[in-house]
Design a protein around this ligand. Structure first.
Ligand code: PEP
Ligand code: MN
Length: 365
């Protein structure tokens, strides 16, 4: 996948792309108020939901065609570009007909490859910007698959929106960020613009700043932030929308780090620290290899004595002591638990392999 760089048309210098605007287009006046304020702030791309995918029926599902007329008029009056969600081929046709500049696939669409393919077909040979939100479930392949379907249909101006993932776990977030997933996407497709949607990740206006800052610290290319003139009375996602003024303050307070630096002292110091990290990683790997050699020995021993590979008490002991040791060394308990889960899985895999070998190995040290 080789997407084009379309972002520079909406940004200056190292500033992140900002897409702001209401969750839903509620009225002509609402859109005009937001668009005017965004333009004053130098923001050239407004979001506005025309068709809203609501969890339950009989709630506000967007203003549809009428909203497209408002959008066309507000675009005319202010010169702002507009982004909206499309979830059917009719949406695509109507949105393009109304002059919508950027389309996005919502989280509930990305999960459905049939639907994504239909949308990709409807967009064939259309030179427009299409953004793909992550699927509701934490499945990177589905996200990539949707982007690929669009890319195969000839859409080159692509982008990914990270809006977080549904989870049964109690969490402070409306949608769990699971940062490692979008970062994996960035590693695989460095040219693909990655945009965070802190509004849908946070689900409340108080955490939007922190989520936005984290995204920028991780090198995201942009932010999509729900902005409404009267958030408390919004027809959808009232808790997470902020006023255009609050947006202005939020953006002013964000720390925007340089992607890199050509300062010689900085570069030398960075190289020096990286060399030390390289050395430590080699030591870590050698230590892991020695540990796994011991694991093989234990595997042989268990086999000779006809004892099961998995020993619950030992597992419980490891999961109790290692995080404690970690804490003494100022390492987060969750990190150590996660690490030992992976190490223990590998130990079990190695020992199971030994158990299943027809002969007892004689090459163990
Ligand atoms: C939205 O952007 O308002 C929306 C419905 O988002 P998502 O698809 O991320 O739920
Ligand atoms: Mn919303």
């Amino acid at each position: 996948m080789k997407p084009d760089n379309w972002i520079s048309a909406f940004t200056t210098g190292n500033q992140p792309l900002v897409i702001a605007g209401p969750c839903s287009a509620e009225s002509h006046a609402q859109l005009l108020t937001v668009a005017t304020s965004l333009k004053e702030q130098g923001i050239g791309l407004m979001r506005a939901g025309v068709w809203k995918p609501r969890t339950r029926p009989n709630t506000f599902e967007g203003n549809g065609r009428e909203a497209l007329d408002w959008i066309a008029d507000v675009k005319n009056q202010t010169g702002i570009a507009v982004a909206t969600e499309v979830a059917s081929t009719q949406h695509v046709e109507q949105a393009l007909h109304a002059g919508v500049d950027v389309l996005w696939l919502g989280a509930r669409t990305t999960v459905n490859p049939f639907l994504v393919q239909e949308l990709a077909d409807a967009l064939k040979s259309v030179d427009t910007i299409v953004l793909v939100k992550n699927p509701i479930n934490p499945d990177l392949s589905l996200w990539i698959g949707a982007l690929e379907r669009l890319h195969h249909a000839g859409i080159k101006k692509l982008g990914a929106i990270h809006r977080g993932f549904s989870s049964l776990q109690n969490s402070v977030f409306r949608n769990q960020p699971l940062w490692q997933l979008p970062l994996e996407l960035k590693i695989r497709y460095p040219q693909l613009p990655l945009i965070a949607d802190p509004s849908h990740i946070a689900g409340n206006r108080h955490m939007i700043f922190d989520v936005s800052q984290k995204a920028l610290d991780l090198g995201y290319d942009g932010l999509m932030i729900e902005t409404h003139p009267d958030p408390d009375n919004a027809l959808s996602d009232a808790q997470q929308q902020i006023t255009p003024l609050a947006l202005k303050e939020l953006l002013a307070n964000l720390r925007i780090a340089e992607r890199s630096s050509d300062n010689i002292i900085f570069l030398n110091q960075l190289e020096h620290l990286r060399e030390r990290i390289d050395q430590m990683d080699q030591e870590l790997i050698n230590t892991l290899a020695s540990r796994m050699k011991l694991v093989e020995k234990i595997g042989d021993y268990k086999k000779e004595n006809n004892v099961t590979v998995f020993q619950l008490e030992r597992w419980n002991e490891i999961m109790k002591t290692r995080p404690e040791w970690g804490q003494h060394a100022h390492l987060a308990a969750d990190f150590i638990k996660e690490l030992y889960r992976v190490i223990h899985d590998e130990s079990i895999r190695i020992q199971t392999e030994i158990m299943n070998q027809s002969e007892t190995r004689h090459d163990a040290p």
